[in-house]
Design a protein around this ligand. Structure first.
Ligand code: ATP
Ligand code: MG
Length: 550
């Protein structure tokens, strides 16, 4: 029997709210700022927001937090939708904070007329100096006591484009000595003479995050507004706006961000890697972006399995990237098609093979489904095997090919190595072997040997390009970059090693659309850079790892 999982703290809150009748159904939202591509951290937020709604029969809105036109772009808006769909989530409404600019503006006039907001002419430096510190109270702005009428006139002039950026701002009038710094007359609007990707040039004043987020939640009747921990200090202000305006009481709850070893998830830094060419783009397979891991061959199923395993906590933690890789392996092991690919070839000749003879084998695409779809694999007397599968002075426990030793060729005969041919420099260039015709699987007689190795027929082999990826950074905890260093100092110079391989012909015809397993080595996925001249495969993850989840 399956053990029922303990509820996480968000599930507890939601179950209480449903039970007490505080809400009759739940509505969550996912609120990305369209200033970059989604990353693995966002996958966690998506799984939580959409997962809770699914579990409790509720819904989730997609809401773009598009209040900073300078950094935002439709390219990001589009990519975000694509990534969410890829994960398999369906949003209820597609919303934009900018849809509510008129309403937010109206509320600002209302606050002004109630004496709760004022136009401040101080510079940014003066404002931040005037805020004081956690220990010392702030000082009132000399403009704080303007009359509502004067403020309204000035605010309308701000809106109408009469002032330059930085000349004036609108602030809430709360308390410059408040113990919570966010209450010391927070900024509500700033002037930005910038075109917005949706509202064009309609506005030259844009609302601040704190003034926007809660009200947008409220307008949409969001019941549970779930965000990351760093916003818990903003929550009282979130509540203050909602209470002061007397609008639908959305509530905010915070969970710990996802951090992963050997990578980082700040959009600003990821953008820098892209812009400065450290990676090939947002979808470079080394990037922790969703489009990057998709190109790498990670599956939505694996990401969801991972998010489920890490759960929801209230304490920041650094998760081991090996757990994510383990999830990828778990999912692909069950589903990926198998093919044989030799990466570092050495020629193997069967001296007793009838010249010109080709045998075609029906091999399963997935050993878990021996009756399922198959592939045809050609076998001849002229093969490539991986150099690492042969050893001349082999230790006792080496069960692959060695002089005078026997090994089984996967899916077919047992062979014996009789002669090692070397070039002048002493490198092994050919292995002369004989096969034992009586050992063909299914031929009745069964003899077993310890080792099995993979191979491809030389004349049928397809040459492919292999992009073997490793971790993007060399430092496990990227929050611990020393002061005198830059995070880019820790970029792994070996994060991409390009090589080539020889593949059985069926590989390049694979239509599964997900990563495939190169037998005995790892999972790989065909890359979009493939064309008529070359076929490119990205390494998703190696086949085995000593890592085991707790
Ligand atoms: P960044 O600091 O990288 O720009 P952000 O938090 O500003 O990230 P948003 O686009 O505002 O990015 O995020 C959308 C949602 O995803 C927010 O609710 C945010 O809290 C959540 N989120 C962002 N990063 C993570 C993370 N690492 N782990 C979990 N949730 C995250
Ligand atoms: Mg943000």
């Amino acid at each position: 029997m399956e053990e029922s999982k303990k509820l996480n703290f968000l599930e507890e809150i939601i179950e209480d709210d449903l039970k007490s009748g505080k809400v009759s159904s739940i509505l969550t939202r996912f609120p990305p700022e369209p200033n970059g591509y989604l990353h693995l951290g966002h996958a966690k937020s998506l799984c939580i927001n959409f997962g809770l709604a699914q579990k409790y029969g509720g819904k989730t809105n997609l809401r773009y937090d598009d209040t900073n036109p300078v950094k935002e772009d439709v390219e990001y808006v589009d990519s975000i939708k694509e990534d969410i769909k890829w994960l398999g989530f369906k949003w209820e409404k597609e919303c934009y904070a900018s849809d509510y600019f008129d309403q937010l503006y109206e509320w600002a006039e209302q606050l002004i007329m109630r004496g709760l907001a004022y136009v401040d002419d101080q510079s940014q430096e003066e404002i931040s100096k005037g805020r004081g510190t956690v220990e010392t109270p702030g000082t009132n702005s000399p403009y704080r006591d303007r009359t509502p009428e004067e403020n309204l006139k000035l605010f309308r002039e701000m809106r109408d484009g009469k002032y330059a950026e930085g000349e004036k701002v609108l602030r809430a009038k709360i308390d410059m000595a408040h113990p919570n710094m966010f209450f010391r007359d927070p900024l509500l609007y700033r002037i930005k003479h910038a075109s917005h990707h949706r509202t064009g040039d309609k506005w030259c004043i844009y609302p601040m995050y704190d003034y926007t987020h809660g009200q947008c939640d409220s307008i949409e009747n969001i019941t549970h507004s779930i965000c990351t921990l760093e916003f818990d200090v903003h929550r009282p202000l979130y509540d203050w706006f909602i209470q002061t305006l007397g609008i639908y009481p959305s509530h905010q709850y915070e969970f710990a961000r996802l951090n992963l070893t050997y990578t980082l998830m700040s959009k600003r830094k990821l953008l820098e890697l892209v812009q400065k060419g450290y990676v090939a783009g947002w979808d470079d397979p080394r990037m922790p972006t969703l489009c990057g891991v998709r190109r790498r061959g990670y599956t939505p199923e694996a990401l969801k399995m991972f998010c489920d395993k890490i759960g929801v906590s209230k304490r920041d933690q650094l998760m081991d990237i090996q757990l994510l890789e383990w999830c990828v392996r778990q999912d692909l092991n069950a589903r990926a098609n198998r093919y044989m690919v030799v990466q570092d070839p050495v020629k193997l000749t069967l001296t007793n093979w009838p010249e010109g003879q080709v045998e075609w084998y029906d091999c399963p695409l997935n050993p878990a489904e021996p009756e399922g779809a198959g592939r045809k694999v050609p076998f001849t007397g002229s093969l490539f095997i991986d150099r690492a599968d042969f050893m001349e002075d082999a230790p006792h426990k080496f069960f692959r090919l060695k002089p005078d030793g026997e090994v089984r060729l996967k899916y077919t005969y047992i062979i014996k190595c009789n002669e090692v041919v070397k070039d002048e420099a002493g490198n092994v260039v050919e292995l002369k072997c004989t096969y034992d015709p009586s050992t063909k699987p299914g031929s009745g007689e069964w003899r077993s040997v310890k080792g099995t190795i993979h191979w491809v027929s030389c004349e049928h082999a397809r040459k492919i390009e292999l992009r073997n990826y490793d971790r993007l950074f060399t430092l496990a905890d990227m929050s611990q970059v020393p002061e005198d260093k830059d995070y880019k100092d820790f970029l792994n110079p070996d994060s991409l090693v390009v090589g080539e391989g020889y593949a059985e012909p069926a590989l390049v015809e694979d239509k599964s659309g997900i990563a495939v397993q190169f037998e005995r080595t790892g999972y790989y996925i065909m890359d979009k850079d493939s064309n008529d001249e070359k076929t490119v495969f990205n390494k998703t993850v190696s086949l085995k790892d000593s890592y085991k989840p707790e």
